[in-house]
Design a protein around this ligand. Structure first.
Ligand code: TXA
Ligand code: MG
Length: 318
């Protein structure tokens, strides 16, 4: 059984000894393990019921900590790092032999990230090992944005939940592949694509489809809220449902005919950043006593709206 608290010394000692600790980040909570302890890494996969082909991200305090774990760092990494890290971006780089194949699922590359959450930063600063951490949810389910969400799904698997309050960004990091000589986005996330493009003064390819072998975790069925979700054109989907037992996820406009208590408007001011931070909570907020189906609208496909659409598409039934 776990305990929840805010003591980074307890968290560090438990990680050091091979226990699993949930860590707060600005994106979502992670299920952390000492990356140098292969038994602890194996337990992460078991606890989440995650398939072994889905690699983990290594978390560091800053770039000075990564030199033992990656090789051939390209210049573009430093450009992006100086502008966006710490923050909601994950870099795919070539791995050194020190990183176990269990972490990378056999890939020659490794994902590295520098979270911005202050408590997490303090923890990572005092760990003399990288912390490997996937999102702290059961495989295929919605990522946790509060300590309570972690406890609901994983309490029996974890020694400690480091409680850092609500995650400010609320969506997983944007994953960018720098290992092949050109820049490519593998997962849309908490850092808008437009911001990266502006910094690099170039258009960036996104390759986020489920058939992409470089990001095996981006399966098409993911982020399941446990209730059937229909994503896309609200007007046509409305014809398929009983309005009294339907939930709505929309940016800022109510859908007429659906009870108010079942409607989740993610941002009263139509702000995509705010909407992103509310998305996962709202997906969790419906229960099967009130609704049989959730209708989610298509969000504006810009800024964090792209990542919101990506998650809703994956949460929906085909
Ligand atoms: O915001 C986040 O990134 C959160 C917090 C906890 O840091 N973490 C997170 O981890 O979302 P996870 O495991 O749920 O998603 C990591 C994704 C997976 O889809 C995986 O396929 C991809 O990163 N990934 C990891 N290593 C990779 C690699 N070497 N090449 C390509 N994709 C990789
Ligand atoms: Mg995940």
């Amino acid at each position: 059984m776990h305990t929840t608290g805010t003591d980074i010394n307890i968290a560090t000692a438990l990680l050091q000894s091979g226990e699993l600790v949930s860590i707060p980040t600005e994106t979502v909570y992670g299920l952390g393990a000492n990356a140098l302890n292969t038994k602890a890494i194996a337990r992460v996969f078991e606890a989440k019921k995650r398939p072994a082909f889905d690699p983990l991200i290594l978390h560091f305090h800053n770039k000075d900590q990564i030199s033992d774990y990656v090789i051939d760092i390209p210049k573009v990494f430093y450009k992006l790092y100086n502008r966006f890290s710490p923050g909601p971006i994950t870099y795919i780089l070539k791995k050194s032999p020190l990183v176990s194949d269990l972490i990378t699922a056999g890939h020659k590359t490794v994902a590295v990230r520098f979270p911005k959450h202050p408590l997490c930063q303090k923890l990572l600063k005092q760990c003399n090992f990288p912390v490997a951490a996937p999102s702290a949810n059961l495989f295929g389910r919605v990522s946790p944005t509060k300590a309570e969400h972690v406890a609901e799904q994983l309490s029996s698997e974890i020694a400690y939940i480091l409680d850092g309050g609500e995650c400010a960004v609320g969506l997983e990091s944007t994953i960018i592949d720098l290992s092949e000589g050109h820049v490519k986005v593998l997962r849309l996330g908490g850092l808008a694509l437009e911001e990266i493009e502006a910094e690099l003064e170039q258009k960036i390819k996104t390759q986020t489809s489920s058939s992409n072998p470089k990001a095996p975790g981006m399966l098409s069925a993911h982020y399941s809220p446990g209730i059937k979700l229909l994503y896309g054109n609200l007007t046509s989907n409305l014809k398929l449902i009983n309005p009294q037992r339907t939930g709505v996820i929309a940016l800022c406009k109510k859908v007429s005919g659906i009870p108010d208590k079942n409607q989740r408007l993610l941002s009263p001011t139509c702000d995509l950043r705010e909407a992103a931070s509310e998305l996962f909570q709202s997906l969790r907020s419906f229960n099967t006593e009130d609704v049989d189906v959730i209708l989610a609208e298509e969000f504006p496909n810009e800024g964090l709206g792209r990542a919101i659409n990506d998650r809703l598409k994956r949460a929906s039934v085909k």
